[in-house]
Ligand binder design. Structure first.
Ligand code: SF4
Length: 349
């Protein structure tokens, strides 16, 4: 059966008209999906015959939840979804007093192959379709609605390189922010990239002012070539120039992510290089203590090293945040999470 979110607004309206229903029923269906209703029969303001026709023809979601896991005393929950065709991706919901954030996947696996990342360790599966990305958010809406919460923020920091699945990601951002569907402001959506410069430029031209996050991790090419292999194609200075153009065009400060690896990118030299690279840029630096991944040679620095690295970068005039534990969980989604969920997997009955 066809996943209903794989249809555009116009396609669904045509289908409705073909079934003798007015086009405005599409808005009603979307409103139910946006409230987390996954059962057509529960869409109570639709005529019964229409609910039955919808159920006969469509699935509310193509995702199957195959495992769940909780952390932070239930404030963080992770779901592993099986996609049509068998690949799996995960999504992470993080609850805070003032917001609820979903960390979303855009690819099953990742072609970039960063050596500290668990996703890079298993073979690339496939790009997600736009509706598969939106369905992760619809599921989070459903989970949060049951707790009296609302999904307020979405970060594309799960499995995959969003810019390597550009068109589906942009389409999904439009759907996520569509007031008739999920209505999440683009300003509350973060799209991360390891550095595909032409796509950053293209995103800047889309006029959807999402926040851009650059997975930087090193400020010199020699080291970044190793940690983020796409750097061999798109060197770090060019990347920061492209990100700055994006920031100036959208008015959105760019977030630079820095997974801290003991003895690798946490030295005084790294702090100085980071400071010089981002000086006078519209930039915010997020330091992410490394969450260990099996079969990699990397370790997290101790707290004192993290603090002194932060102070050194701040002393050069930059805004710096160290992610809290849950932030680490979220970034773990960039590859590390899948492995951990699979290891601690709780089958869903
Ligand atoms: S860190 Fe991100 S870009 Fe690098 S391999 Fe992992 S998922 Fe891909």
């Amino acid at each position: 059966m066809t996943p209903i979110l794989s249809l555009s607004a116009a396609e669904l309206e045509r289908w409705l008209e073909g079934h003798g229903e007015p086009a405005y029923r599409r808005k009603q269906v979307w409103a139910w999906l946006a409230r987390g209703e996954m059962d057509f029969d529960g869409m109570r303001d639709l005529p019964r015959a229409l609910r039955e026709a919808l159920a006969k023809e469509f699935r509310a979601s193509s995702l199957r939840s195959i495992a769940t896991s909780q952390a932070d005393r239930g404030l963080t929950s992770k779901t592993l979804f099986e996609l049509d065709g068998g690949h799996s991706v995960e999504a992470v919901v993080m609850r805070y007093p003032d917001r609820s954030t979903l960390c979303i996947s855009s690819q099953a696996g990742c072609p970039i192959g960063c050596p500290f990342c668990a996703t890079g360790k298993f073979p690339f599966g496939r790009n997600l379709k736009a509706h598969e990305i939106v369905e992760q958010a619809a599921d989070a809406v459903r989970v949060l609605a049951a707790e009296g919460r609302r999904l307020s923020h979405v970060v594309f920091m799960g499995m995959g390189e969003p810019m390597a699945n550009y068109h589906a990601v942009v389409e999904s951002v439009r759907r996520l922010s569509d007031p008739e569907l999920l209505g999440i402001s683009p300003r509350r959506i973060v799209v991360s990239t390891s550095g595909l410069i032409p796509r950053i430029t293209q995103l800047g031209e889309e006029k959807i002012p999402v926040t851009l996050a650059i997975s930087l991790h090193a400020a010199r090419d020699e080291l970044r070539d190793v940690l983020v292999p796409i750097n061999r194609k798109y060197p770090v200075q060019d990347l920061v120039d492209a990100a700055q153009t994006y920031a100036e065009g959208t008015g959105r400060r760019v977030s630079y992510e820095w997974v801290m690896l003991a003895g690798v990118n946490d030295t005084e030299r790294d702090a100085k290089e980071l400071g010089s690279l981002l000086k006078h840029r519209l930039a915010h630096v997020n330091l992410i203590p490394f969450n260990p991944v099996e079969d990699t040679p990397y370790h997290a620095p101790d707290r004192a090293s993290i603090r002194s690295f932060k102070e050194r970068v701040e002393a050069q005039g930059l805004n710096v945040t160290v992610r809290d534990t849950r932030g680490r969980e979220a970034d773990a989604a960039c590859g590390q999470l899948h492995e951990r969920v699979m290891r601690t997997r709780v089958p869903v009955s």
